[in-house]
Design a protein around this ligand. Structure first.
Ligand code: HAM
Length: 420
């Protein structure tokens, strides 16, 4: 076969069934859980004014290196969304819905990341945000939503990591302490982290470069710098998780890769995946983000789960396979009338999964297609059936006899032959 002149770009994939069906089933589970907890679906645009994403952090990779930003034909500086939270907050600031505003979403995000297994330039997320309440029980509610989702899809080997970043006012003191710590050991720090340090010392804690690990391990911890209020709120979230039986680990150096976080931050790590790509989801509070986008001083909290990575984690655990896509009925017709068209339509309208062949194939070729589809029965219309207004129904997976019934009896006769 001639090679196509084009290939999907690096970090993008052509997905098809059964992978797409599996993805859709996963999103359906999330949608059910989110909607049952009072979250309504939002669909923000996939691209925004580039400045909407400024607050993700100039020292974060997501903004400094990975943003798909360009000028549109109207001379606007725009960017494909690298995540949903900033868009959802822009939407809140613009639309001013009634609070608390609880929303969920699903769809692709774009990051010019280094492509590898579990890391793509276009990837899908599902997520939820709750805007307009400071109550730490909302943080717990969101984490519980993610936990129920994992439970429903059968993923068990996931650890919830919890930390608090304190309030914006707690930050300068901690940043100073971090800066002094790293500056005192500048020689030991990687080149890249030295650059990061100059912009935001917090981001140095995100460094996965092996040389930095020891210095990061010895760095001051945030918990010693956060206000009593933030500490009390964090303990409330943790006792909520205890009450709900949701296991977690405290991770005092978890800062996450985006700059907008305050107070509660969390991440879900899947042990089935390699360490650098094991974050299947994460989130936290972002109490200043809406105001920074020109909105009111409303707090917010949320999380997003990577759909592709979650499915890889499911593969590693052998759970949540592709949904059953087999047909109930395959319609086989050697008459040259329109019977196959109307019969297939009637079966589908009755709620059955039905398909057929086209192109006037031979009986043999059509039966082969029927068997390949794993359909339970074939509905056959030859010249005789067409002339007599009947259909023949043949079980394909059991030894039962075939029956010929009046055309008008099609649906009940097929349903009778299908396993219940
Ligand atoms: P994030 O940690 O940047 O957070 O992304 C959430 C999840 O998206 C990650 O845990 C990962 O599973 C998946 N992900 C991220 N980048 C890639 C990639 N290049 N390829 C495949 N999967 C990827 C956020 O996006 C925040 N908006 C979460 C949030 C919501 N915080 C508050 N509300």
């Amino acid at each position: 076969m001639a090679k196509s002149s084009f290939q999907a770009l690096p970090g993008t994939r052509d997905l098809q069934a059964p992978d797409t069906e599996r993805m859709r089933a996963l999103v359906d589970v999330f949608a059910e859980e989110a909607s049952a907890a009072g979250f309504g679906m939002v669909i923000p645009p996939m691209f925004e004014d580039v400045r909407v994403f400024d607050r993700l952090g100039e020292a974060s990779d997501v903004v400094s290196k990975e943003l798909y930003a360009f000028e549109d034909k109207g001379g606007r500086q725009i960017a494909l969304r690298p995540e949903f939270t900033a868009s959802v907050c822009r939407m809140f600031a613009e639309q001013r819905p009634i609070t608390p505003w609880k929303v969920w979403y699903s769809g692709p995000s774009f990051r010019y990341d280094k492509p590898q297994a579990g890391r793509y330039r276009q990837f899908d997320q599902v997520g939820a945000e709750s805007i307009g309440t400071n109550d730490p029980d909302v943080d717990t509610e969101l984490i519980a939503l993610a936990a129920r989702f994992y439970e429903r899809i059968g993923l068990t080997n996931v650890t919830l990591l919890m930390n608090s970043l304190g309030d914006a006012a707690d930050r300068p003191r901690y940043l100073e302490a971090l800066r002094s710590h790293f500056e005192a050991n500048l020689d030991a720090l990687s080149e890249q982290s030295r650059t990061t340090l100059a912009v935001n010392p917090l981001r140095v804690l995100d460094s996965k470069r092996p040389g930095d690990a020891e210095l990061i391990e010895a760095a001051p911890v945030l918990a010693d710098y956060i206000s009593d209020e933030a500490a009390t709120a964090f303990e409330r979230v943790c006792s909520g998780l205890d009450l709900l039986g949701i296991a977690y680990e405290r991770a005092p150096r978890l800062v996450r890769g985006l700059d907008y976080y305050t107070r509660t931050t969390f991440e879900f790590a899947a042990h089935g995946l390699s360490a650098s790509q094991n974050a299947v989801g994460g989130g936290g509070r972002y109490d200043g983000l809406i105001a920074a986008l020109g909105g009111p001083e409303e707090p917010g909290v949320g999380f997003a789960l990577g759909v592709d990575r979650t499915l890889l984690a499911c593969d590693a655990e052998g759970v949540f396979g592709a949904p059953d896509a087999t047909m109930n009925v395959w319609v086989v017709s050697t008459s040259d009338g329109l019977e196959a068209l109307s019969i297939t339509n009637e079966l589908r309208r009755s709620g059955l999964r039905a398909d057929r062949s086209f192109d006037g194939r031979s009986m043999r070729a059509q039966m082969k297609a029927a068997n390949r589809s794993d359909a339970e029965v074939a509905v056959i219309v030859g010249e005789d059936e067409a002339a007599n207004q009947t259909v023949t129904i043949r079980p394909l997976r059991t030894d039962g006899d075939q029956v010929t019934v009046p055309r008008a009896q099609l649906v009940p006769a097929v349903k009778e032959l299908l396993p219940s």
